[in-house]
Design a binder for this molecule. Structure first.
Ligand code: SAM
Ligand code: SF4
Length: 326
């Protein structure tokens, strides 16, 4: 379906939980956030109805996210149900990787196509400090397991943070020399003013690119539709690739093809906006699928032309990343 600005909406980010087994400093406060009440979270049946209605409107790619999606019991069966929907949407997952080593094989068998693993440091102590929990070895084992079962190319998402991990960007890029992974650098988005990191933590992509060039000429790769807004490169002789995503400094809004649904059933047209429509009105109000499709259509029609981040009118979204799904 086209939105009022002619953008074809084909990609759903579906959050299945607001819970997480990490407390990344840039995403969550130390004490966590008050969890959604159990009854507020959509059941898998409800989530499936939402996904089916999105597919009816033209969604062809569904990213399962959270919170940490792998902590929700039954996620593997749910993914199998998503992949069995009409039009067989491409189902992918974003995870912190802690539980991936044991779940990669069943996820692959359920029809999952690929996985993005968020990882911001390769140093154990730093990982423990940044996530306030730890478990770097488990995450690395998870990435290896995902590759071994064929969830390829495994994407590793890195958020460069000034003074925190900006001395490791070259180390991350070097991983692509020996591994067929796509290591993607994503600009930090300062959307939660109460967290420790503000806009001064953001390392602009242009600076990341300059650092990576110290490893050799970055050979540009053709743009893949599935790469979204990433610009792709390869280091000389590398098995894997690099992605640069200037989520804040780049202006991707004209190409935005996304819809987001939160774990408590609110559909959002923009990551940085505050407009939401409550799908529970239909899901729990006795409405049929046609009514659900109408709400989703309304959300697509209400997608803003662009976000206001960086401008004086910008106000922080009413939810954190963990509550939206990134
Ligand atoms: N727990 C899973 C994970 O960490 O991959 C999925 C949910 S997490 C909210 C989704 C993505 O959002 C992660 O890649 C995370 O690094 C990213 N993220 C969280 N806060 C962010 C921020 N302020 N700016 C940019 N990305 C952020
Ligand atoms: Fe959890 Fe992902 Fe947020 Fe880290 S980034 S706290 S893993 S939701």
């Amino acid at each position: 379906m086209l939105d009022p600005f002619g953008r074809s909406i084909e990609y759903l980010r579906l959050s299945i939980t607001d819970r997480c087994n990490l407390r990344c400093r840039y995403c969550m406060p130390e004490d966590g956030v008050a969890p959604l009440a159990h009854g507020d979270i959509l059941s898998y049946e409800e989530l499936l109805r939402v996904a089916r209605s999105c597919v009816a409107l033209g969604i062809r790619k569904i990213r399962v996210t959270g919170g940490e999606p792998l902590v929700r019991r039954g996620v593997v069966d749910f993914i199998a149900q998503l992949t069995a929907l009409p039009e067989t949407p491409k189902v992918v997952l974003t995870t912190n990787g802690l539980l991936l080593a044991e779940m990669a094989a069943p996820l692959k068998a359920a029809g999952l196509k690929r996985v993005n693993v968020s990882l911001d440091t390769l140093r154990s102590e730093r990982f423990a400090a940044l996530t306030r929990r730890g478990g770097l070895d488990q995450v690395l084992a998870g990435i290896a397991a995902a590759e071994a079962v064929g969830l390829n190319p495994v994407k590793v998402n890195v958020i460069p943070l000034r003074g925190i991990n900006d001395d490791e960007l070259v180390d991350f890029a070097r991983l692509t020399l020996d591994h067929p992974w796509e290591v993607r650098f994503i600009e930090f988005m300062p959307i939660s003013p109460d967290l420790e990191y503000g806009s001064t933590a953001r390392v602009p992509m242009i600076e990341v690119e300059r650092q990576l060039q110290s490893l050799g000429a970055l050979e540009p790769l053709p743009r893949r539709k599935s790469a979204g807004p990433a610009r792709l490169f390869r280091l000389p002789g590398a098995r894997g690739s690099l992605g640069l995503i200037p989520s804040v400094s780049g202006h991707f809004c004209p190409e935005c093809n996304r819809l987001r649904v939160t774990a408590d059933g609110r559909v959002r047209g923009c990551l940085f906006g505050n407009q939401e429509i409550d799908l529970k009105l239909v899901l729990r109000g006795g409405g049929d699928d046609a009514a659900l499709v109408e709400l989703l259509r309304a959300a697509i029609c209400a997608k803003p032309e662009k976000h206001a981040i960086g401008s004086p009118e910008f106000t922080a979204p009413n939810r954190r990343m963990q509550g939206i799904g990134g």
